[in-house]
Design a protein around this ligand. Structure first.
Ligand code: PLP
Length: 409
């Protein structure tokens, strides 16, 4: 008899998005003429930059000829892409990394979830609250998060609440934690950390022998010049931090699938007997065992992000979304709503007025403005009383959505 991994049974059936879809569906059925605007969508909507499309067309043609055909590639990724990453994402910021410290993948969700494979099930974990739900869920699925308790809190997870009182900057925990997840620019709050703030985390990790899993999926949205794009801009981070990057939100690759993980050789973790093990070596072992590489076509597309035309087109796309964010934020604040984020991230974190709950405000927006948002409670206990809006939509629809909110709230 095969036995199942019962930890997976502890995960509610994606309750947030199921409930959300059900509510939107019910509204549409009962209001067939309503023109619903989705400002809750966490996916990009603009077409892929032309430079990436051209590169992928060419890569597909390569597959049509025996001389240029590519079968299985290296599990860690093709050198053409790794070299471009080292040069454009790191050397340009004064960060020196080795070729073998970069691992190309099919997206940040994959590796931020899979990285737990090389870490023991009984490490303690710390997360900012609210948080991108996949970090906790992937820990639940291997038993590391413990059991679900009151207020939707997992027993083995240390929550670091982020609120207006601390400018949504996670407080350093008082106790030591084995693994900490940090995501900046943040989904869902849109917060960024300055160098000084990020340095505190790196110092904490060095002093407490903590591993930082740093998700920089939205680094391309940073506009302020003094905000770090990579955790390795902080001295000492190469000893304690893993970094996840993605082309999903940078270049519209949510449907193409390509990203990468940086695992510096200096990062180690311990065996029970106290032997220090290189996580780079262990991750390589894990990847060569379970992963057969991201597609050649996707990697050629990603490489083109770094070409002069690619850079220009990516910038234009991000400018478009960030202009949406700016318009949305202006509109919301003009009617007295408290809206955070939207300046270095495509997310707006909006406080529900008059003490309303997340779901209460969600319903009000849906029924009175025909606008779909995402209830903040879905991102963790500290998300109660907030909704998340995204700037990934079409400009005119974003404008109209905000106009309707302004007229109806
Ligand atoms: N990390 C964060 C913080 C995200 O918000 C998302 C997607 O929404 C991801 C990772 C997943 O990115 P990818 O498409 O590269 O898997």
């Amino acid at each position: 008899m095969a036995l199942v991994n019962e930890h997976l049974l502890k995960l509610p059936d994606n309750y947030l998005f199921t409930d959300l879809a059900k509510k939107v569906n019910t509204f549409k059925v009962t209001h067939p003429k309503a023109d619903v605007i989705n400002l809750g969508i966490g996916d990009v909507t603009r077409p892929i930059p032309q430079a990436c499309l051209n590169a992928m067309h060419k890569a597909l043609e390569d597959q049509a000829k025996a001389e240029t055909f590519h079968g299985y590639g290296p599990e860690q990724g093709y050198s053409f892409l790794i070299d471009a990453i080292l040069k454009h994402d790191y050397a340009s910021r004064g960060i020196s990394l080795e070729h073998s410290e970069i691992f190309i993948n099919d997206g940040a969700k994959t590796d931020s979830g899979n990285f737990g494979d090389i870490l023991r099930h009984d490490n303690s974990i710390g997360v900012t609250d609210p948080i991108y739900p996949a970090y906790i869920d992937s820990n639940v699925s291997c038993g590391r998060a413990g059991t679900l308790g009151e207020g939707y809190r997992w027993s083995n997870v240390i929550y670091m609440p982020c609120s207006p009182e601390n400018n949504f900057i996670p407080p350093i925990p008082e106790q030591r934690v084995d693994i900490v997840y940090l995501c900046f620019p943040n989904n869902p709050t849109g917060t960024v950390l300055t160098k000084a703030e990020l340095k505190k985390w790196v110092n904490y990790a060095i002093e407490n022998d903590t591993l930082i899993l740093f998700d920089a999926a939205y680094e391309a949205y940073i506009r302020q010049p003094d905000i770090p794009h990579s955790i390795y801009e902080i001295k000492g981070a190469k000893k304690v931090a893993i970094e996840f990057r993605s082309y999903s939100k940078t270049a519209g690759f949510t449907g193409i699938r390509c990203g990468y993980t940086v695992v510096p050789k200096e990062v180690t973790a311990s065996t029970l007997m106290g032997e220090r093990i290189s996580l780079n070596k262990l991750w390589l072992k894990r990847q060569t065992t379970k992963f057969n590489g991201a597609s050649y076509i996707a990697q050629r597309g990603a490489e083109a992000v770094y070409s002069p035309e690619g850079k220009e087109q990516v910038k234009a796309m991000i400018d478009y979304y960030m202009e949406n964010a700016s318009i949305m934020k202006k509109g919301l604040t003009s009617i007295g709503l408290r809206a955070y984020g939207g300046e270095n991230a495509p997310y707006l974190w909006v406080k529900a007025p008059k003490g309303m709950t997340s779901w209460g405000f969600f319903d009000k927006l849906l029924y009175e403005a025909q606008v779909v948002s995402t209830p903040g409670i879905g991102f963790g206990p500290s998300g109660e009383g907030y909704i998340r809006l995204t700037a990934f939509g079409d400009r005119d629809r974003c404008k109209e959505g905000i106009q309707r909110i302004c007229q109806n709230i």
